[in-house]
Write a protein that binds this ligand. Structure first.
Ligand SMILES: *Cc1c(COP(=O)(O)O)cnc(C)c1O
Length: 403
């Protein structure tokens, strides 16, 4: 428990990083539950329902069954031989791009949909920006026979018409949001408003390690399957050793949190990669938004700024509170990469490994290309990179940018 323990003062109990948070849902000075009075009972109910389910072997049996027979788990770890040769570091890739619906998001939504059903709720609401979490939520709702309403900013509805069509095919109702900047943060507000009014029948399915307690904790636990599998798979490949570096991209931070959870008590360096235009840990300041205390891009008056990225999935102007804690205590480091580097990484990975990445994990690849070149990751190191999703959704965009 050396580098994974947080000293909390002389004689104080040492809180384990990425363990079970207290009832207040704090991760150090971050996290918490900052919601209107009317939502407190719903959060408390959800919290105890999750704790109870997570301690119940029959819940795990059902979830693991779906993850295996429906979502295609376990996903493999691929040794990237040609990229390794090119970089002089040994690159292993955790292949969430091979999961059903094309990303790690299915792990979270299957868990939350099962939990909703267990709580007797027949309706899911979700927010979505690029549409990926909306599609995943609609998928899980279809599978389990739940109704599904997805809130999406009008701007995003126009930008992501294919995903809107997918959600409707899957039986979900897509509600365009016309308030504010008509993007993701406004969709979150509308989804919260819906939940306040319908909490008896409705579960709010949040798409990342964000929002009021228990969401950041619950979503991390539902994604820890990525890190737990990867740790075993890496040990098999590396003769019992853990990788020197574990790297994942960060939007809200769920694929990274799930990955890190499997390695937080090892000696592996943990690295999160944000988009330069959405680097909440690079350029953000502490604030309370969307039910949690975390780091956000804000102007001088505390107004939330728009994040900008080539990748719509990394467009959230904040970051999950547990990442803010991991950064504060120095257990993980966070870096950002620019759009040009991301495009270069997108092409490089496709041409060297035959894997077309989603633009989100192309950020992690971009950091690795840079870090291997500068020696920040020394030659001969072993690196696990979480390939959070596949690039099919992004090829048209990249093609257009080329012309
Ligand atoms: C949504 C998404 C992300 C960003 O979300 P996190 O919660 O940070 O994981 C990253 N990669 C892919 C492929 C996504 O669809």
């Amino acid at each position: 428990m050396s580098d994974a323990s947080v000293p909390t003062g002389a004689g104080a109990p040492r809180a384990r990083l990425m363990g079970v948070p207290g009832p207040d849902g704090r991760f150090g000075e971050f996290g918490g539950r900052f919601v209107p009075e009317s939502l407190v009972p719903a959060c408390v109910e959800l919290s105890s329902a999750f704790d109870e389910a997570w301690g119940d072997p029959s819940f795990h049996e059902e979830l693991d069954g779906l993850l295996t027979t429906y979502a295609g788990r376990p996903t493999p770890v691929t040794e990237c031989r040609r990229l390794s040769e090119q970089l002089g570091v040994r690159v292993l890739m955790k292949r969430e791009d091979l999961a059903h619906t094309g990303s790690h998001k299915i792990n979270n939504v299957l868990g939350q949909a099962l939990l909703a059903r267990r709580m007797g709720k027949q309706r899911l609401v979700a927010e979505t920006g690029a549409g990926q979490h909306g599609v995943a939520s609609a998928t899980a709702a279809a599978l389990l026979g739940l109704r599904c309403v997805v809130y999406m900013g009008e701007v995003d509805v126009a930008r992501q018409e294919l995903n809107v069509f997918r959600m409707r095919l899957l039986g979900a109702e897509v509600r365009p949001v016309s308030s504010g900047s008509r993007t993701l943060k406004d969709a979150v507000n509308e989804a919260l408003r819906d939940w306040v009014a319908t909490v008896e029948t409705t579960h709010y399915c949040i798409g990342s390690v964000m929002g009021p307690h228990p969401y950041p904790y619950m979503v991390r636990e539902l994604q820890r399957v990525v890190g737990d599998e990867a740790r075993e798979q890496c040990r098999e490949v590396l003769g019992g050793a853990d990788p020197d570096v574990v790297v994942a991209c960060i939007g809200g931070g769920s694929n990274a949190a799930g990955t890190f959870a499997g390695f937080v008590d090892t000696r592996s360096a943990l690295v999160g990669v944000e988009a330069a235009g959405g680097a909440a840990l690079g350029s953000g300041v502490p604030g309370v938004v969307h039910g949690m205390r975390s780091m956000f891009l804000q102007d001088e008056d505390g107004q939330i700024l728009e994040a900008h990225s080539i990748s719509a999935g990394l467009d959230y102007p904040g970051i999950g509170p547990e990442h803010a804690q991991l950064a504060a205590v120095g257990r993980a480091t966070y870096h950002s990469v620019g759009d040009d580097e991301v495009l270069d990484a997108f092409r490089t990975l496709a041409a060297t490994e035959g894997i077309i990445p989603a633009l989100e994990p192309a950020h992690a690849v971009a950091w690795l290309l840079r870090a291997a070149r500068t020696g920040e990751v020394p030659p001969g190191s072993t690196v696990l990179l979480t390939m959070s999703g596949r690039g099919d959704k992004d090829v048209a965009q990249v093609m257009e940018m080329q012309s």
